[in-house]
Design a protein around this ligand. Sequence first.
Ligand code: AHR
Length: 598
Amino acid sequence: MQEINHAGAGGLWAELVSNRGFESGGLHAPSIIKPWSIIGDESSIKVSTDLSSCFERNKVALRMEVLCDSDGSVVCAAGGVGVYNPGYWGMNIEQGKTYKVVFYVRSSGSINLSVSFTSSDGEEVLATKNIVADASNVTNWTRMEVMLESNSSNTNSRLQITTPKKGVIWFDQVSAMPTDTYKGHGFRKDLFEKLSLLEPRFIRFPGGCFVEGEFLRNAFRWKETVGPWEERPGHFGDYEPCSFLYLFLLWHLLWEGPQRKQNSNLAEDLGAAPVWVINNGISHQESVETADILPFVQEMLDSIEFARGDSFSTWGSKRAAMGHPEPFDLKYVAIGNEDCGKPYYHAYPDIQVISNCDGSSRPLDHPADLYDFHIYTSANDMFSKTHRFDNTMRNGPKAFVSEYAVTDRKDAGTGSLLAALAEAAFLIGIERNSDVVEMASYAPLFVNVNDRRWNPDAIVFNSSDVYGTPSYWMQHFFTKSSGATLLNSTVQGNSSALLVASAISWKNVTDNKNYITIKIVNFGNSYVNLKMNIDFDRTSLQLTGLKKTVLTSPSVLDENSLENPTKVVPLSSGFQMSSDDHTYVMLDPHSLTSFDLL
Ligand code: AHR
């Protein structure tokens, strides 16, 4: 999962404020305060940025000079003057829910502030609290915290801080978070749930190109992302070049924020193995000389120590201080992203090292346990790639297909059934070649509809709603593939060229029973009648239930949308066996069908 399309900031991470430290223009003043805006006209308020913050690594602060007063020559408008933040295209504030607002403030005089959630035009107040403090209490930077309970709902709200009182006030690190995040861990519940339904077995982070950066100066630097949230300098991502991402570090392993609870991290919450991708001294535009690679190697080794070192090690002790004394189960490290041909190194022999060179066509010229394989292509090509791994060497490093998707715009739209079917055929090919392909993940995972930097994606959302594309639902058909046993299966008949199928058996850990799942993609536009012969071990399979699940739609280019989120979703029904060992089935045109024998 990479920070792209606001997957994290403005997505899974439930922080509502965008540009909370006023650093989106960089670590200098004047900086850019966007999307913050000013409430009041020039005669009543002046807003600028300076470098007076108490946070050494985030020096930019907002300076608000209020020229009006309740009884001065310039009288403040009703409600006062101040600033507001619309979050990431509107904050979703829900009736009866409580939000924690934290900010830092300083002033030479006393302060009288209103902290409120309002509608996007400021007309309707959803929740508000007053903060009054004497000058002596705010001469130095002071942390303020208010809990706001909303009295109504609005998916396009804003946070505002206003005052009716003349004076100069500085603000910094303004955060607003719902208190009902997933387990209180700071993840937006609806997005976390959508993700967890895919039952991911691993999570690859932080990229993708995000790891590399356009230039090395904006390559991902993990050490900048540990420590108190107010001190983390953020990151100019590859896909959000103008925004300053406050993505908590290594958040997939461990994150700190105003809402943080001990031990909260995405990998463990998902029950997924972390796959840590490190920068290998290469950006899109530059690469360091081999002689200068040592600092990058050290950074990688330090990151592994952070994840796995004991509480007495330099970096392990920092992890322990962040609330996670026990080491993480880090078993995979990927070196670089899409920049094959550069040096490799090997340490921590029990860690699986993932090369970013394609080892499927010819042997790697360097040691690696796995090789990264990316494929973005048209639907027809992806469908044909069901055979991509049929002839790869069986004794070299295994493939880690960390990015696959149909991206051809005419086939994929913003996430079509056609794309999902072609990808299903590709995944069935992977299933059939699981001796040489260890892991696979669709990419990218998330997109905020308000800022699509990459298309298509699996999970689409705005401030309040979320849906899965057909490619997202297609992945549900494969949640049992990991650890399953591939069974011999063949498809014979006239239309077999457009059919791709597999059969697996798997053990359900909850009831300890064996199940068989048969999946068939019909890539053609006609119905297909099939006779399914099933030769199974009746002692281990009880045939207590037969379930058929179909992903299809009237048009192969059909998509889901915020307005119609369930147009293309799997539908399940029962089915009958014709006899003990075979049955006749009808496949819909352009469909993915699974048959579960329980
Ligand atoms: O997944 C989107 C991008 O595609 C990744 O950042 C990059 O690795 C690939 O080019």
